[in-house]
Design a protein. Structure first.
Length: 339
């Protein structure tokens, strides 16, 4: 599927672009990690209905922000299937599969699966040819090592206080749903990189739509799909629409921070770097939640959690170093080609 788009303005200083991307990705995961703590503290609403309210409210906010920041961009009819796929994977699939995976397993098991997102993204990117891997390039191996190290560190932190994988058909179904949840998020980022923010035949970065605009219409599709599932569910079980006022706090945070801001920044970061690097920061959610839980719930970390956090930091430093070298190498290549 080849699509036309607008050239993305390139920055002359790759160090600036690299530092900006890293800071954005760190902020995104702090936002996601804080969301888990806030929901745990305040929310008592049915998860599926909560997701519907979150997505339905987020769409007009993102659309207004997109018009203000980037101008009015209405998707062409031929691009509707692309936005449908983005809404199906990034919003509906990612959220709903997580909710039901959580229902059939536990919050700890669900947390264990989240650090797999960068691993799955890297695997899918290599299989699809979106990213290249050279067996002779030490930095290709370093990138893979970094992803597994940070993901492993997150799993160590999650399991530090004890957990076990339950047996039974329902639990196995939960594991499948959680794998689908993590895969959906990986596919969401990869679809963006392949069809929204890609390189043309001359190696120039092209954007099919501006980042905030693309995020807004993806959320619109996700809200539509979510409504088609949640409304019949609410008709069968009307009690799910009985709300406790404390749900307002996590809902507002979910709408403005973890949805509008964080997802908008994901799109922006994806327009500047690879899908593997974008998802490589996902394990950072775990130490973020752990640190905030100390002050909110009084939960004291055990020594295994410190080791896991160290692994995460090591992995992120390595992936940042590899990406920095790639940016410098690409800049030098472009300068040589121009001459």
């Amino acid at each position: 599927m080849q699509v036309e788009g607008q050239s993305i303005k390139a920055y002359n200083n790759p160090k600036y672009t690299f530092l900006k991307v890293v800071l954005i990705l760190i902020f995104i995961q702090i936002g996601f990690g804080s969301y888990a703590v806030i929901v745990r503290k305040f929310s008592s609403v049915d998860p599926l209905i909560f997701s519907l309210l979150r997505d339905a409210a987020c769409f007009p906010i993102l659309l207004a922000a997109a018009i203000f920041l980037e101008g009015k961009h209405v998707p062409q009819l031929k691009h509707i299937p692309l936005f449908f796929a983005l809404g199906l994977t990034g919003m509906f699939g990612n959220q709903v599969l997580f909710i039901y995976g959580l229902y059939f397993t536990s919050s700890t098991i669900a947390s264990i699966f989240q650090p797999l997102i960068p691993v799955i993204t890297c695997a899918f990117a290599l299989i699809s040819g979106l990213e290249k891997f050279s067996y002779k390039d030490i930095y290709s191996w370093l990138k893979v090592w970094a992803i597994f190290t940070s993901g492993g560190g997150a799993i160590i932190m999650v399991t530090a206080k004890g957990t076990s994988f339950k047996g039974g058909n329902n639990s196995y179904l939960g594991y499948i749903l959680l794998f689908g949840n993590t895969s959906a998020m990986a596919i969401y980022v990869l679809l963006q990189k392949k069809y929204l923010f890609y390189k043309d035949n001359f190696g120039k970065d092209v954007a099919l739509y501006p980042p905030t605009t693309a995020c807004a219409w993806s959320y619109g599709m996700g809200a539509l799909i979510m409504g088609l599932c949640a409304i019949p569910y609410g008709i069968v079980q009307p009690s799910v629409f009985t709300f406790n006022l404390t749900f307002i706090y996590p809902l507002l945070y979910a709408i403005f921070i973890s949805s509008a801001l964080c997802y908008g920044l994901i799109n922006y970061a994806t327009s500047l770097t690879s899908a593997t690097v974008v998802t490589a920061f996902w394990p950072l959610q775990v130490p973020t939640s752990a640190i905030e839980s100390i002050f909110v719930f009084g939960e004291i970390p055990v020594w295994e959690e410190y080791i896991g956090a160290l692994f995460i930091i090591m992995g992120l430093i390595a992936i940042c170093w590899v990406k920095y070298r790639e940016e410098i190498k690409q800049k030098v290549t472009v300068i040589n080609d121009d001459h």
